[in-house]
Write a protein that binds this ligand. Sequence first.
Ligand code: AMP
Ligand code: MG
Length: 324
Amino acid sequence: MICLGIESTAHTLGIGIVDSKGTVLANAKKSFFPDEGIHPREAAVHHTKHAMELVSLALASAKIDAVDIDLISFSQGPGLSPSLKVGAVVARTLALELKKPILGVNHCVSHIEIGKLKTGVKDPIIVYASGGNTQIIGLSGEKYRVFGETLDIGIGNMIDKFARKVRLGNPGGPIIEKIAKKGKYIDMPYSIKGMDMSFSGLLTFAVNAFILKKEKIEDVCYSLQHNAYSMVVEVTERALSHTGKSEVLLTGGVAASKMLQGMLEVMCTERGAKFNVVPVDVAGDNGAMIAWQGLIEYEGGRRQKMTDTEPNPKWRTDEVEVGY
Ligand code: AMP
Ligand code: MG
């Protein structure tokens, strides 16, 4: 089977084409990163504008015709409502026109499954660190349970917001990582409540440290990353300890961070656990992960009526039945 997957939850519109073996035939994407942060309606306008051009690009790079597609999948949630609607409309249009089945999938679960496909890891504690989401997850029964998560903003959004406030550019993740290489540690807030994390206080402190206290930008960038990533590592270590699992999978856009990878790897080595990280080309939001999720759910027997394809902006990771 060949599936075309549509990602449109936030700033990225992605069209991926994947076959049943997990070969990524195409993974076209275009992201919307305005200087002042994302406005949901503007993101939807961006996605509408580029949808058909990206579908054509993906088909051309996969070297197939639209009629060769067997299944259309799309991100049904969670995400920004106007952006999600664009993806759903494009998916319905393609499915009706091509007379193929449609399947709306959970975006967060797709980040996990593409990581499993690409690394071969079996039953890990998952560190899902992206723009809008930060969750420490493990499979139990037929659901991915969330052991700890952010209580406020996602770790990637926190970093991006800091970069925008101090005028370093957008998205901030890669920029800050580069600047931080020359930095040293200055004391900053570290906020874990039970197994949950909070990043908004750290963001405010870091902005003030640079703008009001005139601390060096490299020190602020280093310390911001240091504390944010330490919180993630601490919760991950506790999740490993409580569940007895012995593998970790890092996925989501922030998985591109060498510093986060390094810190998780040190913790895993000390515990005798195996560390895995999703390849960078499928770390951030992309259509291939949605296509792969569509395939495994369809081949596992799930079917969806057109009338059930309304987006679900608040669809949580731990609500999805994953007994495929
Ligand atoms: P996603 O929401 O999964 O598409 O991930 C996008 C997020 O990944 C953005 O917030 C980026 O700033 C972040 N990101 C990308 N590369 C890096 C990096 N090297 N370090 C930290 N964050 C990153
Ligand atoms: Mg994402």
